[in-house]
Design a protein around this ligand. Structure first.
Ligand code: FES
Length: 267
């Protein structure tokens, strides 16, 4: 039997949920992103049927839906395994070991980027910065963080996932399947939102330092406060640095005026 024949179709319940998502927004079209996540939660990928159904519900073209589904990397056109394992190979994670982790996992799983193991358990992909650089190198499993990873801990992680063991993120939450995570992204909570901390120690170091030194955030309404605060050593509204910045700003404005005048002459 071909893969297409085995593809799950959208049940009446799923279609009703797609309608419910669209109805959440003043502009139904705004619901397209979570609708596509719901399609992935039941079909394992963005299927032609899913695209047509979303287009029909929203009254837009299938080309409009396809354009969105092919633009964002969280939408998959190929079937995804039970666990979507991402390795951050952006600059900081890469130099901290992300590249080595990715190479080790490719070897260990015998798959390349954006490929799935033969048992359908793990899809591997390299991902861009997850805004978790303070825990580099990081990995994601179904969008849950795995912090401070090493090639060895990465291998242990995928082995545990493939063995069906319960795995928790290094920040606490239990790892669910990719389809379950997709349903949450569609706006159907699984009741586990409070598992794990709001922010980890490394992310809060800057805040602790600011408190220790009495630093405060600059007032966005005050030009003088941008860049440094009165309380910070070496910084004040009338400092030499501030005067130099003002002089540089004046130079820039003067140069822009001269450029505009020059362009006017040449027209
Ligand atoms: S570079 Fe990996 S999380 Fe930022």
């Amino acid at each position: 039997m071909s893969a297409a024949v085995n593809e799950p179709t959208l049940s009446p319940q799923t279609v009703a949920e797609l309608h419910a998502i669209a109805a959440r927004y003043p502009e139904p079209r705004s619901g397209l992103l979570p609708m596509l996540h719901l399609v992935q939660s039941v079909a394992g990928r963005i299927t032609p049927e899913g695209i047509e159904t979303c287009a029909e519900i929203l009254g837009i073209s299938t080309a409009d839906v396809s354009g969105v589904a092919t633009f964002y990397t969280m939408y998959k056109r190929k079937p995804v395994g039970d666990y979507l394992v991402g390795v951050c190979t952006n600059t900081l994670c890469a130099v901290m070991g992300g590249d080595a982790i990715f190479e080790r996992l490719k070897d260990h799983l015998d798959i390349g980027n954006d490929e799935t193991t033969a048992d359908g358990a793990v899809t591997l992909e390299h991902v861009e910065c997850n805004a978790a650089c303070d825990y580099a190198p990081v990995m994601m499993v179904n969008w849950e963080f795995m912090d401070n990873m090493t090639p060895s801990s990465a291998v242990e992680l995928v082995d545990d996932l493939r063995a069906g063991k319960e795995v928790t993120s290094t920040r606490g939450p239990r790892i669910c399947t990719w389809r379950e995570a997709e349903r949450v992204l569609a706006g159907f909570p699984d009741g586990r939102v409070d598992e794990g901390p709001g922010a980890g120690h490394a992310s809060l170091v800057g805040l602790a330092l600011a408190r220790e030194h009495g630093w405060t955030a600059p007032d966005p309404g005050s030009r003088e406060s941008t860049g440094r605060t009165k309380d910070r050593p070496g910084g004040s509204g009338g400092s030499a640095d501030t005067k130099q910045e003002a002089a540089a700003q004046a130079d820039t404005s003067r140069a822009e005026t001269e450029t505009r005048q020059e362009e006017g002459k040449n027209e």
